[in-house]
Write a protein that binds this ligand. Structure first.
Ligand code: ATP
Ligand code: MG
Length: 246
């Protein structure tokens, strides 16, 4: 899009590689070129083992690339050279960027079992020292969780837990939300509803979103841009190399 070309990408990656190996196999994820612009909605679709979580974890600065030509992140005032931060082991810097700019929704929710729904949703705000306001109540209302705010995660259904995880990822108003199969553990009907609500909520807030999923079918109609990827398999059918670009 012409409009996008004039804006600065929020992520700019060139020749980023992550290699993973054990005695019995090796896998590598290669990203020759990837640019993600503010406000974009990105889908990373592929079967199990093709490297979706590997890419998301690199985009969340959790996983260090094996090699990297360029990795720039520009959500704040100044562009950040992520490649250099890893090279210099500036883990605190990376953690700080993650806390301030990113929200992460995990497949299994990743909620803290001993905190209530309200406390879980408020966690990222508390860590950042943000002042108390109505954010959590408003999110709970939108997510249909108002009457569950005092409960522990173990007292919720799987779908409700997924919605809490979405609320938690949005509560500190991040510029980017990364969601790793956020609806994989609920039935297809609930998954479709939760995904539609999630996308609507990030759209309203103008948040850039990157979603990984096995299932393209139910997110196709939500207007996401799908990243191209190609997986080469070894003779035993194991994913050996995936190339992602977009
Ligand atoms: N910590 C690790 N150490 C070594 N290899 C790993 C590690 N985590 C994942 N892998 C391997 O890297 C490859 C990609 O894994 P990844 O978790 O990124 O796939 P995925 O697309 O997210 O799969 P799924 O849809 O099942 O979540 C797989 O072959 C996997 O076995
Ligand atoms: Mg995964």
């Amino acid at each position: 899009m012409a409009e996008q070309e004039e804006r600065k990408p929020i992520y700019e990656l060139r020749d980023v590689v992550k290699k993973r190996a054990s005695d019995s196999y090796s896998f590598s994820l290669r990203v020759p070129s990837l640019r993600i612009f503010p406000g974009e909605k990105i889908a990373l679709i592929g079967e199990s083992g093709c490297g979706k979580s590997t890419l998301l974890d690199m985009l969340a600065f959790v996983l260090q690339p094996t090699s990297c030509e360029e990795f720039v992140f520009a959500a704040g005032d100044e562009p950040e050279d992520i490649s250099a931060a890893w090279r210099r082991s500036r883990r605190n810097r990376l953690a700080r960027l993650r806390r301030h700019h990113l929200g992460y929704v995990m497949q299994t929710g990743g909620l803290l079992p001993y905190l209530t729904v309200r406390e879980n949703m408020n966690l990222s705000r508390r860590i950042l020292g943000m002042k108390k306001d109505d954010t959590v109540d408003e999110l709970a209302e939108e997510l249909g969780l108002s009457r569950h705010l005092g409960k522990l995660p173990s007292e919720l259904s799987t779908g409700e837990r997924q919605r809490v995880a979405i609320g938690r990822a949005l509560a500190h108003r991040p510029s980017i939300v990364i969601a790793d199969e956020p609806t994989a553990s609920v039935d297809p009907f609930a998954a479709e509803k939760i995904m539609a609500l999630f996308i609507e909520m990030v759209e309203q807030r103008n948040i850039t979103v990157i979603v990984a999923s096995h299932a393209w079918r139910h997110i196709k109609q939500l207007g996401l841009r799908r990243l191209a990827h190609h997986t080469r398999r070894s003779k035993d059918g194991h994913a050996a190399e995936t190339v992602v670009s977009g």
